[in-house]
Design a protein around this ligand. Structure first.
Ligand code: ATP
Ligand code: MG
Length: 190
């Protein structure tokens, strides 16, 4: 499979659909949120820095994220395609990803944009708070994350549009429906 960038607001289902896509097409998966949470759990220097930003609903500085991303990408087996989940989140991150891939003779591939209304997002994140107890899944921090998303991340959709790789999928109340639309599209892309 080509590389895939899965893009959407907090709680839009990036991680959930990524797992399904990996199961169907057998590719690598980089979730920057998961990478950061495991650094925090391990009590590393990076984890300590990341925690301050995450708990406050803010983004980790671009230079740090770009460095982490390149290291994680290079540790995966080449040639199977990778799904990028949670990266890029800013225009500099997108430019850096494009450059990093080009330096390796690889391409951005396909961008999948998930559109979900904010009421559904909030309900999902509050439910996840109960199930997984993530420190940033509380109403106050979620609101900050939505604001950061609108300001810093959403404008990137237009960047992908310019690259000619933006593909939008809108939530219509059913995960199965969303998945079947995504798979129907990806089946044409292999
Ligand atoms: P979802 O629920 O769809 O998985 P999310 O936005 O809730 O999305 P993560 O992608 O797991 O969650 O990210 C959690 C936090 O980690 C972000 O709020 C941010 O602080 C930090 N983070 C993750 N990826 C990046 C990135 N590319 N750049 C900067 N910060 C990031
Ligand atoms: Mg996630």
């Amino acid at each position: 499979m080509k590389n895939i960038i899965i893009f959407g607001a907090p709680g839009s289902g990036k991680g959930t659909y990524s797992d399904e896509i990996v199961a169907r097409y057998g590719m690598g998966h980089i979730s920057t949120g998961d990478v950061l949470r495991s650094e925090i759990k391990g009590g590393t220097e990076l984890g300590k820095i990341a925690k301050g930003y995450i708990d406050n609903g803010q983004l980790i500085p671009d230079e740090l994220m770009i460095d982490i991303l390149a290291k994680t990408y290079d540790a995966l087996p080449a040639g199977q395609g990778v799904i990028f989940d949670g990266f890029p989140r800013t225009i500099p991150q997108a430019e850096a990803l494009k450059k990093m891939l080009a330096e390796r003779g690889h391409e951005l591939g396909i961008m999948l944009e998930l559109i979900v209304d904010e009421e559904t997002l909030m309900a999902r994140l509050l439910n996840r708070a109960k199930e997984q107890g993530r420190a940033d899944d509380n109403e106050e921090t979620i609101k900050k994350r939505f604001a950061v998303y609108h300001k810093q991340t959403e404008p990137l959709a237009e960047w992908f549009q310019q690259e000619g790789i933006r593909n939008t999928f809108t939530w219509k109340g059913s995960k199965e429906l969303m998945l079947s639309e995504i798979f129907a599209f990806l089946d044409t892309q292999k």
